[in-house]
Ligand binder design. Structure first.
Ligand SMILES: Cc1cc2nc3c(=O)[nH]c(=O)nc-3n(C[C@H](O)[C@H](O)[C@H](O)COP(=O)(O)OP(=O)(O)OC[C@H]3O[C@@H](n4cnc5c(N)ncnc54)[C@H](O)[C@@H]3O)c2cc1C
Length: 269
């Protein structure tokens, strides 16, 4: 979809579209336009300026532009970020990489969540797919609401509980507070889910680690941190977020006048 213009006289939208396969452009009209285009700009990830980036001799990848032929097997990987992308990539890459380091400026709340929903499965088995799914959906919404309101109402207790769960998943003596204790309360920002605790498993197995620090500069062999520590890397993944984009970036006009959504700021993904 390229643009949508509303005419009050005709009470209709005129929508310009371009076919992805042929590039052919056409016009459609409708009285109701539903724009299910998400909230991120997918063709361009957010990448902050990193000092010395051009010196790095390895590969730098943004998750939005993942090279089909990227082979990270046996390589030292540094993933910059602590949002959902970094938390998902760490265990996925740790399987074959020599080592994966998640380099974060600020920790996120990360909770292990079982991939297997026993109650949902039992409901579907007893009530059939359709009714079981409907009930499981209600259960999940209620559960999510409960967790969210508990965190907002009792932030200290929620923080202690998350820390306790994290500590149980991590090796003995692990610096939990340094890497898994954010400066903000649970659900001030989104809480990340680790399916079956995959991130913690990778850390326990020694296949991955978390470093909380700031990048001073890229070097030929990796990154130097503000603490002075150096992280060697063959591949650096900049999981530094996406830019928010309303209405899929299309041009919107109402009675010939362009409507410009507010300019958004980058968010962590
Ligand atoms: C790394 C990451 C991890 C996430 N993890 C979770 C999670 O664990 N749990 C969870 O609930 N949510 C998660 N989310 C959020 C979740 O993905 C989004 O909330 C959800 O995808 C939004 O759905 P949507 O249908 O509104 O938009 P999207 O899934 O973003 O779909 C929008 C579609 O519109 C298309 N489009 C955009 N612009 C145009 C245009 N101009 N013309 C035509 N087509 C266009 C896009 O190509 C895309 O296909 C995650 C997001 C990210 C990035």
């Amino acid at each position: 979809m390229l643009s949508a213009s509303w005419s009050s006289d005709r009470a209709r939208w005129t929508v310009r579209v371009e076919r992805a396969d042929t590039g052919e452009r056409t016009t459609l009209t409708c009285s109701w336009l539903f724009c299910a285009s998400g909230y991120y700009r997918y063709d361009q990830g957010f990448t902050p300026h990193f000092e010395g980036r051009e010196r790095f001799r390895g590969t730098i990848v943004h998750p939005q532009h993942w090279p089909e032929d990227l082979d990270h097997a046996g390589k030292r990987v540094v993933v910059i970020g602590s949002g959902a992308t970094a938390v998902t990539l760490l265990p996925a890459m740790a399987g074959t990489a020599a080592h994966v380091t998640m380099l974060q400026r600020t920790p996120s709340y990360i909770m292990p969540v079982s991939k297997n929903d026993v109650i949902a499965n039992a409901l579907k088995k007893c009530l059939g797919q359709e009714r079981g799914h409907a009930l499981a959906r209600r259960k999940n919404i209620a559960q999510q609401r409960f967790v969210w309101s508990f965190c907002r109402r009792y932030p200290k207790a929620a923080r202690r509980f998350i820390r306790w769960v994290n500590a149980r998943q991590l090796p003995e003596g692990y610096p939990v507070d340094e890497h898994f204790n954010p400066p903000y309360d649970p659900w001030d920002q989104r809480l990340c889910a680790a399916p079956d605790g995959d991130l913690f498993k990778a850390v326990r197995a020694g296949k991955a680690s978390v470093v909380t620090d700031r990048i001073a500069t890229f070097t030929e062999d990796g990154v130097r941190l503000e603490s002075g520590r150096e992280l060697g890397a063959d591949v650096v993944v900049t999981a530094t977020g996406l830019n928010v984009q309303a209405f899929g970036g299309i041009r919107i006009t109402v009675d010939g006048e362009e409507v410009r959504p507010p300019t958004p700021s980058p968010t962590r993904a």
